[in-house]
Each structure stands twice: as C-alpha cells, then as structure tokens.
Ligand binder design. Structure first.
Ligand code: GTP
Length: 203
C-alpha cells in the first residue's frame, strides 16, 4: 500500500462520535483503563508517561512519531488493581490527522501544557474541540496537567490559578506536574484511578 493510499484512508474515516466505555472490570480485583496524553509539541507528554511507568526522565528531546505506549498498575486502598494503558501522542501538526485513533476509545484524556509556554495552554482549546467532535466527552475522565513546574519561578508564565480556572471551566481534574522531579505525577494518575473506579462502581 502506498503512502498516499493510507493517508486517504485516515482522512476518510467516518466522523462518528464514539462513546468511551466505562472502565472494564477484568475480575473481582482488576480494572483496565486506556489513558491518552494530548497537547502541543514538547510539553512533556512522553516524559510524564515515562516518569510514571518507568520512573525515568531524560533532558533529551526525541519527538514522538504518531503515538507511543506504556503501562503501569496502581492498587487502590481497598485492594482494587487498576491497570493503566497509557498512550502519549505526538504534538506535531503532521500527525494530527491520526491522533483521534489514539483517543477515540480512551476512557481518560490528559490534556497537557507547559507552564513556561503560554501558547501551550491556549492550544488545549483545539484538543477539547477535537475531543468534543469525535467523542462523547461526558463519558470521559478529563484531566489537565500543567507540566515543568520545576523551572525557576521567573520562567513560569502560566500561574496555578490560571490552570485551575481552565480546568474548572472544562470540568477537568487538575494537577501541576514535573516529569523531571516527579512532582504531582503519581498524584495525577492516582486521582485518575480513583475516579475510574468510582465510575465503574456507580455504573
Ligand atoms: P512531542 O512528542 O513532540 O509531542 O513532545 P512531548 O510532549 O512528548 O515532550 P517530551 O516528553 O518529549 O519532552 C520535551 C522536552 O521537554 C524534553 O527535552 C524533556 O526533557 C523536557 N521536559 C519534559 N518534561 C519536563 C519537566 O517536567 N521539566 C523540565 N524542566 N523539562 C521537561
């Protein structure tokens, strides 16, 4: 199959709104959820996933091609095990037409911005619009991560209150994070796991 052919196929995907499944319960003690990280180039999506799944961080920037997968499990206080399947997507424009393939059956979307880059928060309106067009977001757990809070205070151009306000406006779980130091990362995924469990329990 030539490149042109596959591009045409992606562009002609039907614009159906997908209803993400409530997290699946595998047995008495295990739930699986799919999480997708979205946001501009270089905001730290891969780094957040790597910090959480492998407890590693690199200063090197290697751009994501399409999407990348990692997984991690978390056990809640009541013993329930949640397996998080984490897809981080490329922020590059040239991959945008395929990003919906990653998020359309995800139960969770983490919209990520870089606290040193004003535009990266504004761009999230684009991702919210994309999600709203393709997915029934009311069935989704939406999160907002303001990443790179380890930077020196003068470089932080997006205040915590601005991030918080964006999250409240869009009904999102909000955390400021640093993939570099690990600040807020476990807490973010823990909050996601708890919310997923509550949704499943109330189904
Ligand atoms: P794309 O794949 O291009 O969409 O980028 P991405 O959003 O996955 O960003 P990535 O995780 O590759 O990080 C981009 C750059 O930011 C790298 O040089 C990382 O080392 C750096 N970076 C990521 N997270 C942090 C952080 O919390 N603090 C600091 N200081 N740098 C970070």
């Amino acid at each position: 199959m030539g490149c042109g052919e596959s591009k045409q196929k992606i562009n002609s995907l039907p614009k159906l709104k997908v209803k993400p499944d409530i997290p699946k319960k595998l047995d008495n003690k295990e739930i699986e959820i799919k999480v997708c990280l979205l946001g501009d180039v270089s905001v730290g999506k891969t780094s957040i996933a790597s910090r959480y799944c492998k407890n590693t961080f690199s200063d090197l920037y290697i751009n994501t091609i399409g999407g990348a997968y990692q997984q991690q499990s978390v056990t809640l206080n009541n013993g329930t095990k949640i397996r998080l399947h984490i897809w981080d997507t490329s922020g590059q424009d040239r991959f945008r037409s395929m990003t919906n393939l990653y998020y359309q059956d995800a139960q969770v979307a983490i919209l990520t911005y870089d606290v040193t880059n004003e535009e990266s928060l504004e761009s999230l309106n684009y991702w919210l619009e994309q999600l709203n067009n393709k997915v029934e977001v009311d069935n989704m757990i939406l999160c907002l991560a303001g990443n790179k809070i380890d930077v020196e205070a003068s470089k932080k151009v997006i205040s915590t209150s601005k991030g918080k306000a964006f999250a409240e406006e869009n009904n999102m779980i909000f955390f400021e994070t640093s993939a570099k130091t690990g600040a807020g990362i476990k807490e973010l995924f823990q909050a996601i796991a708890v919310k997923a469990y509550e949704l499943m329990k109330n189904k």
